[in-house]
Write a protein of this length. Sequence first.
Length: 437
Amino acid sequence: MGREIHSVAVIGGGTMGSGIAAAAAAAGWRVLLLERDREATRRARERTLAQARDADEQQAIDRLLVTGTLDESLREIGEFDWICEAIVEDLDAKRALFSRIEPWRREGSVVSTNTSGIPLRAITEGLPDRLGRDIVVTHFFNPVRVMKLLEIVPGNDTDPAVVASLSRFCGDVLGKGVVQAKDTVNFIANRIGCFWMLSGLHHAHRFRNQGIGIERADALLSAPLGLPATGLYGLIDLIGLDVMALVGRNLAANLPEGDAGLAFTRFPAEEAGLLARGQLGRKSGGGFYRVLKGADGQKSREVFDLETQLWRPHAPASLAPHQTDAAGLLFADDPDGAFAWAVHGGTLLYAADLLPAIADDIVNVDRALRWGFGWKRGPFETLDDLGPTRVIARLRAEGRPLPALLRLLEQTGGESFYRDQGRTHLGLDGRYHTVEA
Ligand code: NAI
């Protein structure tokens, strides 16, 4: 069956839907955007036009974008190749919408649901078999026009041609870095990235009395490890403590039994306090950091001292020469090294224990963290940089079990997850396979 995509119908023009609609129209494709009522439709159109990168793009979007309400224009989706649902994160609302869509959708069209955490099987259960064959989850990252990562998650019954054509369209036309994930809680990037953040808060809490305050933690958990300059606290300020609390609750409810992430789903006391008094991050005017503008117009940065519970001037942390690269920092026998090893090393080991549950290969995992969280090197690439044999020796010395992928590497006698300058990777069958573009 031909599954080529030449037009897109987006349903729900909020943060994500407007970004997807803008990206598709800006790339020159016909876009239909449907909303609940006329007022919501007007706002969705405005939001979509506002995402143009320049005046030319805005004109292109204006020309190619048709908007309407579900009640008046639903039948028009029969003309479109990709039906992309991006309404609220509510299972019943999504299911009700799909039953409305099914009769109007043409044979061969592909369907996607944008969700951060609802299992695909819960959405399609009891709906026509055709939907189960034609649908995937598309997990775009916010803001859609900026973030490279798109996780595509097929269900048990999804036709592989649907995954192939959506991956092609989103990769070639929308410029996304497409990763194939499995239908498990938080998919790939957020499963590992949120473990890093939530476990990071707990380890930082433990190490605070060893001289690792907010600035030092962020200096360690950024450039030396090839991570974005926001570090740990800066990143959580950006996301918001309220969102992180929701993520933690969702993980507590849905992580499989025995998962290492279950130890970190609740905040340490200090962060729980910040959340309770609405000190959420950038959106509330400050979280761990805040920027103040003086009477003279000069900006100054402050840090919320978690020990004294008071704001104070930001004092940048300076790092020692050995702390400028991952191996130097993580293998150092000092509190900084122990802290960074607990957070980042712990996350690498967590990732190395999640296959095949969350992905079919390590390449998808490395790309997800690079494209979704801005890591310069994904977890397995970082393990290669550190030297897997050295990591294994350390775990043995610490009396800790080896995660599944390090066990596999050891059994196969390999010394690295990637070989041939990154052109081949260790597969779950213990053999090395070509890294597909
Ligand atoms: P949003 O609240 O900004 O937008 C939802 C839009 O859908 C609104 O414009 C609303 O009028 C419309 N809508 C709501 N119920 C509807 C219905 N029954 N029929 C038609 N339209 C309806 O939400 P957002 O942030 O765009 O999220 C959309 C989906 O994408 C959610 O499932 C969310 O979990 C997921 N997502 C969101 C991310 C984010 O950072 N905002 C990141 C990744 C996924």
